[in-house]
Design a protein around this ligand. Structure first.
Ligand code: CP
Length: 328
């Protein structure tokens, strides 16, 4: 595979391969010298047309740990403000020897457009496009879930699927590229996915998704999920007229202290709370973010390993061939 655009493109085998390589990359992160020479002489361009903290910095850290050179592009302060197109921007950056372009863009499909064009030869990685997909976020979520699932089952993560795991995704699914990428990936890996949210924030056609949909959060929690993934209410993608009352939203859809306590009452000792970040604290999540059940910072940590694996597999040639080695 030359590009990473959508989790729909990943077979179970290729997703597991990436997660297994990410486990090896994670071991590198535990060492005193957290660097491999695998991508020495390669250049990774971070092409971000939307704001980001986790994804951009995580890709930068991942590329640097693999010894690649990194060029960071942010639309603010760039010549995009003078009308420069995506094609011209991408070609300008590729002229500086890009081997991989990690692109975040507000338009759904922009990374696919770049990959399908003959504008550039570099590998394209989708770092979040509009409401469409955010594949590396889903991969790091799957990595985090797989470690948790393996820990509960007393087995090593490598090779393990998510078969038998029940994951509940809650909130603004309509605008969430994270939810879409997770639905496709988690079901590919064998998990059962439940979705819960207000009808106005669920996409048209959700009935054809491979999930069970709930319109009541407590009813969904009663299904005893192994993980609850809270989504941010994406005000920036909404028409203000449709923005829900925050108090009402928090009461009906927030993972508040009462719902955190409910997990204890139900004896769901191993259920974890996830959030891709950034969080709206007090809206979709509160104390749960800091509770021992939270995987939020583990997700961030795991993101570096997963992105190292993605860059390594895309740029090192045969993805099923070499293991990362110190002596490359
Ligand atoms: N989860 C995520 O994409 O966060 P950033 O917007 O900070 O990259």
């Amino acid at each position: 595979m030359k590009h990473l655009l959508s989790t729909r493109d990943l077979s179970a085998a290729s997703a597991l391969r990436l997660l297994d390589v990410a486990e090896e990359m994670s071991a590198v992160g535990e060492r005193e010298i957290k660097k491999l020479p695998a991508l020495r002489g390669r250049t990774v361009v971070n092409l971000f047309f939307e704001d980001s903290t986790r994804t951009r910095i995580s890709f930068e850290a991942a590329a640097k740990r693999l010894s690649a050179d990194v060029i960071n592009f942010a639309v603010k302060g760039s010549s995009v403000s003078k009308g420069e197109s995506l094609k011209d921007t991408a070609q300008t950056l590729e002229a500086m020897s890009a081997d991989a372009v990690v692109i975040r863009h507000p338009a759904s499909g922009a990374p696919a457009r770049l990959a399908a064009s003959d504008w550039i030869d570099a590998a394209v990685i989708n770092a979040g496009d509009g409401t469409h997909e955010h594949p590396t976020q889903a991969l790091l979520d799957a990595f985090t879930l797989r470690r948790h699932w393996a820990r509960i089952g007393g087995t090593p993560s490598a090779g393990t699927t998510l078969a038998g795991m029940k994951v509940l995704i809650v909130g603004d699914v309509l605008h969430s590229r994270v939810a879409r990428s997770n639905v496709w990936l988690l079901t590919t890996l064998g998990a059962e996915v439940l979705l819960a949210g207000p009808p106005t924030l669920l996409p048209v056609g959700i009935g054809s998704w491979p999930c069970t949909v709930f319109y009541d959060l407590d009813e969904a929690i009663a299904q005893r999920p192994d993980a609850v993934m809270m989504l941010r209410l994406q005000a920036e993608r909404m028409n203000a007229a449709f923005f829900p009352s925050t108090r009402e939203y928090s009461r009906r859809w927030g993972f508040d202290d009462g719902r955190l306590a409910l997990l204890d009452i139900m004896g769901l000792d191993d259920t974890v709370i996830m959030h891709p970040g950034p969080m709206n604290r007090g809206l979709e999540i509160s104390a749960a973010a800091d509770s021992p059940r939270s995987t939020i910072l583990a997700q961030v940590r795991n993101g570096v390993s997963v992105r190292m694996a993605a860059l390594y597999l895309l740029l090192s040639g045969d993805p099923h061939d070499d293991e990362p080695r110190d002596d490359e």
